[in-house]
Design a protein around this ligand. Structure first.
Ligand code: BT5
Length: 248
């Protein structure tokens, strides 16, 4: 695969970088179009939740990918972005967050980054992958969150993180398009703090509990529920170890 050409747009303010980029995608923007903003007035999380960050405190960006160009596997594609962000943080400041399935970046039980992937309609499959990384301020007080500054005392700028993250993403997209897909999957498994944990999975059909045992070939979380392996393509995961240790 040819290396993607990144076309980077910078905005002082936008409603949501994902919304902005989805509109550009519908108007024909090519794979590799990227937008990052200093502030979002309507930053979005998954399932209609919101993502909030003070102006200039975070990397708030979205990346346009066309899976036919790079892979036909959305979950591993999104994981590639999460792993790229993690790889960039390691390079820039030595911070190595764990991943929590599907794609949160965590330091211990505090969330430092979240990802939102959205399929955009059109002739060819098009995915907008958004990521918010807390750099100099943590998230809302009601959630357990942290920032790079809080963890390692380093002020990383959003443009520096974006540049290195795209370099790291290049490496993984090339792997995904060739024979390196297993390497990406292995990196995902080794970064996921979820594997081996007792978990509660909140999904479309209800709630399941069990031990997370791995990731299948397409990136779904495999959980042993009452002795039966169940694969989840989406959902919210709670790691129960911490809750249980509080309960006793
Ligand atoms: C996510 O959703 O974690 C996906 C977040 C994606 C944000 C990026 S920013 C650039 C791009 N443009 C967008 O509009 N969105 C993407 P979810 O797993 O649903 O988590 C949402 C929850 O995280 C909220 O309900 C809060 O509890 C918490 N939260 C909100 N802001 C946060 C922050 N800055 N840091 C940590 N947690 C936060």
């Amino acid at each position: 695969m040819d290396q993607i050409i990144w076309r980077i747009n910078h905005l002082a303010q936008v409603d949501s970088t994902n919304t902005w980029l989805a509109e550009r995608a519908r108007a024909g923007a090519p794979a590799g179009t990227v937008v990052y903003a200093d502030f979002q007035t309507q930053g979005r999380g998954r399932l209609e939740r919101s993502w909030t960050a003070p102006s200039g405190s975070s990397l708030l960006c979205s990346i346009l990918l066309k899976p036919d160009d790079v892979a036909d596997d959305p979950q591993l594609l999104v994981a590639s972005v999460a792993l790229a962000a993690r790889g960039a943080l390691v390079r820039l400041c030595g911070l190595r967050p764990d991943l929590k399935w599907p794609n949160d970046l965590m330091v211990g039980d505090a969330k430092i980054a979240g990802l939102l992937a959205e399929l955009v309609g059109g002739d060819s499959p098009t995915v907008v992958v958004g990521i918010g990384v807390n750099l100099i301020a943590a998230g809302p007080a009601q959630a357990r969150t942290t920032s790079v500054l809080q963890e390692v005392g380093v002020r990383v700028t959003s443009s520096a993180l974006l540049d290195i993250m795209l370099e790291e993403l290049d490496i993984r997209l090339v792997r995904m398009a060739g024979f390196g897909r297993d390497t990406v999957r292995e990196e995902y498994v080794s970064a996921l703090a979820t594997i081996g944990q007792l978990v509660r999975v909140e999904h479309h059909h209800g709630v399941s509990r069990g031990r997370a045992t791995g990731i299948d070939a397409t990136g779904r979380l495999v959980v042993s529920v009452d002795g039966v392996d169940v694969a989840f393509a989406s959902g919210d995961v709670v790691h129960l170890r911490l809750e249980e240790s509080v309960i006793g």
